[in-house]
Design a protein around this ligand. Structure first.
Ligand code: ADP
Ligand code: MG
Length: 340
């Protein structure tokens, strides 16, 4: 089983300026896996912009064109879990063997391996084996390879062997076409003014665009109301107000540094200066409370620390908030800035 979702096909992937390069590289790879210069193909970009969809589309297309090839889609988290289990059960060799037999290996959200040295090391060997045997690797990441932190250099340098293509936020015109396609797939006819209203107001990423359409349909069905511009306006306005931006760890570091008037790169420096240590701890605390990143991943992105340091930082900040009112005020101010 390839673990591919048939909905994530090229047919369902709307092309626009935001994804043209990534999409055409993907088509080339699917038509000739392992045989193009795009090996590995690294697809990167912010959350909700279509990395998983496009990576799976390549897998689906490959399977359609080459029935005898083994294609596997796996998230980096699942890869990590499987690896840990293999070690615990003493069958690392079976694990390696399994992965070395694959013709097209898709690993999603590779940034999740940040700070996980043993898994990275094993992935390095699998990568080399597959690449040398002319097999195709497709990786996705929320950052460009050069910006990935907590990754072994030898692995990063291999990511650069092929092509890194980014996915950007779709422009208005592409948003309109995506909405039209989604509505069509669901068998619904939407007035153009409704589509235009959604496309003008829901602008963060494709996932939110889809979410908006789904709430609209759900509410009009539930309340038996016609899905006209009036209903769309009231629902979308509420939705946009309530959507909390998903904060990035880079952004959190920037806001914390701004707040204390520190240069942004200072959190990466190996310094024990009290004020910097504390700013770093605060950035770690907010990364833990406001993002879904793991302790290890936060640590690797903020000053290249381990998960225990991040855990300690969170405890320290929590304690200080309980005991030091001035400190608590600072935290509240930063919190407000982050949620602005
Ligand atoms: P990511 O992996 O980058 O976070 P996903 O691939 O999960 O994003 O995409 C989020 C949602 O948006 C999915 O349901 C996907 O089908 C849809 N989507 C993204 N890009 C497009 C596109 N160009 N055309 C149609 N749907 C898209
Ligand atoms: Mg994804």
């Amino acid at each position: 089983d390839s673990q591919l979702n048939p909905d994530y096909s090229f047919t369902n992937f709307i092309e626009g300026d935001c994804n043209r390069l990534a999409r055409s590289a993907g088509v080339a790879v699917a038509e000739n896996p392992g045989g193009t210069a795009f090996n590995p193909l690294v697809l990167y970009g912010d959350s909700g912009l279509g990395k998983t969809h496009l990576a799976q589309a390549i897998g689906l297309k490959t399977k359609e064109l080459y029935q005898d090839k083994t294609v596997l889609y796996v998230s980096a988290n699942k890869f990590q879990t499987q690896f840990t289990e293999a070690i615990r059960n003493n069958n690392k060799n079976d694990f390696l063997h399994f992965y070395q037999m694959i013709d097209v290996l898709i690993i999603d959200d590779i940034q999740e391996l940040a700070g996980k040295e043993k898994t990275q090391n094993t992935f390095f060997h699998i990568f080399n084996h597959l690449h040398q045997s002319g097999k195709q690797l497709i990786l996705t990441s929320d950052k460009a390879p050069i910006e990935l932190k907590g990754m072994e250099n030898r692995l990063l340098s291999r990511f650069k062997w092929g092509l890194s293509a980014d996915l950007q936020n779709p422009d208005y015109d592409t948003r309109v076409r995506i909405l039209q396609q989604k509505a069509y797939k669901d068998g619904i006819v939407l007035d153009m003014d409704v589509i235009e209203y959604i496309a003008s107001n829901v602008t963060n990423n494709v996932r939110e665009l889809e979410g908006a359409l789904i709430s609209l349909l759900a509410q009009s069905t539930l309340n038996k109301k016609e899905l006209n511009l009036e209903l769309a306006t009231s629902i979308i306005d509420k939705l946009v107000k309530n959507t909390k931006r998903e904060l990035s760890i880079d952004y959190i570091q920037k806001v914390v540094c701004d707040h204390f008037s520190l240069p942004i790169d200072v959190l990466q420096a190996k310094t024990r200066k009290r004020e910097i240590v504390q700013a770093r701890q605060i950035a770690m605390y907010f990364s833990k409370t406001l993002t879904k990143a793991s302790l290890a991943s936060i640590g690797s992105q903020i000053g290249n620390k381990d998960h225990a340091t991040v855990l300690h930082a969170c405890k320290t900040v929590n304690n200080l908030m309980d005991t030091d009112r001035g400190f608590k005020t600072q935290i509240d101010e930063i919190d407000k800035k982050l949620k602005m």
